[in-house]
Design a binder for this molecule. Structure first.
Ligand code: FAD
Length: 455
């Protein structure tokens, strides 16, 4: 018999249950990736992510070739393409990972029906893209946890499966053609400092992180200039690393840093179980707060300043410029730029989420939309009206101003005491900087938000 393993957000060979199952007891296996045109049409084909994806597909193909196999790439409607490959290979089963978005859930159902009509079974595997499957732990009264802390307790107690090694050999039947693999060279508009994709690079980073980085994570993860987080997010997004393996290896490393790191991986699973149960939360408010966000037309100038990193608040601008330059932003930066847009400027979180998805190499429907909702107060934050003050945040998380100076060269020479508040400089000094005045007074923004949200 022949099987097909359909790769989606799990572009790796290590710890891959669908691949393992597809290889078991078959005469041949077709490793397949479909560039789903529906995903592209929905606006997810951002250049930074396409570049990272191209790296991942080439690396996956190289890994398969080392084992005697190869990757088959198709483009089009995913269901049609899988059915075609099944016919060409005369396969009798298909293995894939479960996923949470509305599109993924609908697609899985369509695929199941289409394959069943041909007498082919679809096997959907959990714990490929999460450490704990959505729905594996639930509170007594609901189908998902809406608050993180009780979720974390149950998540941490849940028995996780052991990670699997990579297969030694993969035999692909003849006669199944592939489109050429994409490269980076045809893409334009890439961020200059974009990370490299692929499982090999992901594993190299993970090993280096567990050796050199994780121990200090608990103390240093919020240090903006220190850049002391793992930067594994694009690898988790594309699945070049397995969340199950990450949790195992971090727990084995032990210590407060590893514990804090594992907690972040639980956040990732938390958001996934929310979206699996409430797929509409990708676009609609998870909890409505009666917001009447400023109409885009009126707020247009502020939105443009925010996107370009010219709000006049150095820490906000530094983070927004890091996003453009690297296709990645530090978590503290994401929090405070999101708070600034949604609360201080009172602009619809969807406007900000869209901009992030246009640039982030780890841009992820679940993590992005639900973190935006969390910060906008329409999501799962139990203190939905908290507003982060960018000046206080800057003084706390960038005390020397190194992060600001790195990303906002206009402020490179401003003394430490004023680097986060350049408006306090004398008129002449300020004028010479070529750096904008604040788009809004913080107190004014806060008043507007309080009036709009009510108590
Ligand atoms: P580390 O601090 O090393 O954390 C390890 C891993 O834990 C991350 O790679 C990530 O997979 C997971 N993680 C950490 N924090 C969170 C969190 N708050 N929610 C869910 N998972 C988390 N993350 C994305 O992967 N894609 C996004 O599109 C995304 N958009 C965001 C938008 C906003 C407004 C905010 C506030 C956060 C967003 N995050 C997103 C979460 C977080 O900022 C990033 O995962 C993190 O900064 C990635 O850097 P790292 O890998 O060095 O993280």
């Amino acid at each position: 018999s022949v099987s097909v393993v359909l790769f989606t957000s799990d572009l790796r060979l290590h710890d891959h249950p669908p691949l393992r199952a597809a290889l078991d007891g078959t005469d041949g296996t077709v490793p397949l990736f479909v560039r789903d045109t529906a995903v592209d049409a929905a606006g997810f084909a951002a250049p930074n992510r396409l570049a990272f994806l191209a790296d991942c597909l080439r690396d996956l193909d190289a890994g398969l070739r080392e084992r005697g196999g190869r990757l088959v790439l198709r483009r089009g409607d995913l269901v049609e393409q899988v059915c075609r490959v099944v016919t060409e290979a005369d396969a009798d089963e298909v293995h894939m990972a479960s996923d949470v978005s509305a599109h993924a859930q609908r697609r899985e159902e369509r695929l199941r029906r289409a394959l069943e009509a041909e007498g082919v079974r679809l096997h959907v595997h959990d714990t490929v893209t999460t450490a704990v499957a959505p729905g594996a732990v639930t509170p007594a009264s609901s189908d998902h946890f809406a608050v993180f802390t009780p979720y974390l307790r149950r998540w941490a107690d849940h028995r996780m499966r052991d990670p699997l090694g990579a297969p030694r050999t993969v035999r692909v039947p003849d006669g199944v053609g592939s489109e050429p693999l994409p490269g980076r060279s045809t893409l334009s508009g890439l961020s200059e400092g974009l990370a490299t994709g692929g499982e090999k690079e992901g594993r190299r980073r993970l090993t280096a992180w567990l050796r050199d980085g994780v121990a200090a994570y608990a103390d240093r993860h919020d240090d903006l200039a220190g850049d002391a987080t793992s930067r594994l997010s694009p690898h988790l997004h594309f699945g070049t690393l397995s969340p199950v393996e990450l949790v195992h290896r971090a727990r084995r490393a032990g210590g407060a840093g590893a514990e804090a790191f594992v907690r972040q991986l639980a956040w990732r699973d938390f958001h996934r179980q929310v979206l699996a149960a409430r797929p509409a939360a990708a676009t609609a408010d998870y909890r409505t707060r009666g917001d009447r966000w400023r109409p885009d037309r009126e707020a247009e100038r502020d939105i443009a300043a925010w996107r370009e990193g010219r709000t006049g608040y150095p820490i906000v601008d530094a983070a927004m410029r890091q996003l453009r330059h690297e296709g990645w932003m530090h978590n503290r930066g994401r929090l405070l730029t999101a708070s600034f847009l949604a609360k201080t400027l009172y602009v619809d979180w969807r406007v900000g989420a869209r901009h992030f998805l246009d640039l982030l190499v780890d841009g992820d429907l679940t993590n992005n939309q639900l973190n935006w909702q969390w910060m906008a107060g329409t999501g799962t934050d139990t203190r939905p009206n908290r507003v982060l003050n960018p000046v206080l945040q800057a003084k706390r998380y960038d005390p020397e101003g190194r992060y600001v100076r790195r990303w906002v060269p206009e402020l490179a020479e401003v003394p430490r005491a004023m680097v986060h508040e350049p408006w306090r400089l004398g008129d002449d000094d300020r004028g010479a900087l070529g750096y904008p005045a604040p788009v809004v007074e913080l107190a004014e923004g806060l008043d507007r938000f309080k009036r709009a949200r009510g108590p």
